[in-house]
Design a protein around this ligand. Structure first.
Ligand code: ADP
Ligand code: MN
Ligand code: MN
Ligand code: MN
Ligand code: MN
Length: 359
């Protein structure tokens, strides 16, 4: 632990967490800011809401988050989903929100709105998404957690799914985050240590349609919050350490009702043709600095050229061996970077496979 980090005295805090809330409920409104980060603020409610629809719209100062100019700074928060709050527990909730500008239009950083429109139009296809979120834990100085100060650990090899001291770092954070996600009804499907030490992965899904983006953003919020309590920083940078160290991705597993049914492979092959024709458009929303990661090495494909193959981890899209054998299932788009926005990824996927819709 870096000496400069500030760790709250959790034993002392325990006393206050146990105090009665006298029937009031705390709702923590969470939103995506103007730089792909998360923000939150809390509101006291008189009673527990049955659904997100019972929650009031709220607002914040968008000039402080890069989401609005100073002279017209109000940005509105519209609740879209609620989750049990694993930190406060009881009836308290976390609230995922969309951001709206004062002119009545979605805020320029509200990428959920367009994605939800295109998904609603094509909901008959029952899109399922499962995303593999990779990330790296840093100490307070910004160096990967557990790495020698100003130096490097031994080369990659023993760390992926590693067990034992010196092979994994911060398992406590990973474990706490896993439990927090389950408590919050996040459909977290698993977790594993990654190839680069201090790098980890968890998966969210399968979730239908826009629900994936909501759940993944909330899972990121939970990760930042948990890591905060342990004095670690989370980075979603796709290539946090240059050189012979694996980057971090956000593999996106996709299926439609047709792909999952008997003979579904035909629809997966059609999808590959459509994806091939829109490589540029997809890469534009698949995360910043992704060209640093997509070098064609370290289990990545080339940044510019689309390719796909069965069981091939060096191609843009991989069809799992088991799906090819069964002739149905799903495909894995390996291109998105760890810092990509799941609303934009899932939105463009539906748009490319099913067609654009006028918002
Ligand atoms: P990998 O072998 O690439 O590491 P993981 O096991 O980490 O794969 O992640 C696979 C993801 O695919 C999980 O999130 C899972 O929920 C998701 N998934 C499984 N089946 C489907 C499907 N039919 N459609 C969409 N996603 C799926
Ligand atoms: Mn104020
Ligand atoms: Mn995985
Ligand atoms: Mn991985
Ligand atoms: Mn994968």
């Amino acid at each position: 632990m870096a000496e400069t980090s500030i760790i709250s005295n959790t034993a002392n805090l325990e006393k206050y967490l146990k105090l009665s809330q006298k029937g009031k409920v705390i709702a923590e409104y969470v939103w995506v800011d103007g730089s792909n980060g998360l923000r939150s603020k809390c509101k006291t409610l008189d009673k527990k809401p049955e659904s997100y629809k019972d929650l009031p719209e709220w607002n914040f100062d968008g000039s402080s988050t890069g989401q609005a100019p100073g002279e017209n700074s109000d940005v509105y928060l519209r609740p879209v989903a609620i989750y049990p709050d694993p930190f406060r527990q009881g009836d308290n909730i976390l609230v995922m929100c969309e951001t709206w500008s004062s002119d009545g239009k979605p805020n320029p950083y509200n990428f959920r709105h367009d994605a939800a429109v295109v998904m609603e139009a094509h909901k008959a296809h029952e899109f399922w998404f499962g995303l593999e979120q990779e990330y790296t834990l840093l100490d307070f100085t910004g160096w990967p957690y557990g790495w020698p100060k100003g130096g490097f650990p031994a080369p990659q090899g023993p760390y992926y799914c590693g067990v034992g001291t010196g092979k994994v770092f911060c398992r406590d954070i990973v474990e706490a985050h896993y439990k927090a996600c389950l408590y919050a009804n996040i459909n977290i499907s698993g977790t594993n240590a990654e190839v680069m030490p201090a790098q980890w992965e968890y998966q969210v899904g399968p979730c239908e349609g826009i629900d994936l983006g909501d759940q993944l953003w909330m899972s990121r919020f939970l990760l930042h919050r948990v890591a905060e309590e342990f004095g670690a920083k989370v980075t979603f940078a796709p290539k946090p350490i240059p050189g012979d160290w694996n980057g971090a991705g956000l593999h996106t597993n996709v299926s439609t009702k047709e792909m999952r049914a008997e003979g579904g492979m035909k629809y997966i092959e059609q999808a590959m043709e459509k994806l091939a024709s829109r490589q540029k458009e997809h890469m534009a929303v698949y995360g910043e600095d992704n060209q640093l990661r997509m070098t064609g090495r370290h289990e990545t494909a080339s940044y510019d050229k689309f390719s796909w193959g069965v069981a091939n981890r060096g191609s843009s899209v991989r069809v799992p061996r088991a799906c090819a054998q069964e002739g149905k299932g799903y495909f894995e788009d390996r291109r998105p970077a760890s810092n990509a926005d799941p609303y934009q990824i899932t939105g463009i996927m539906v748009e490319t496979l099913c067609g654009m819709v006028e918002g």
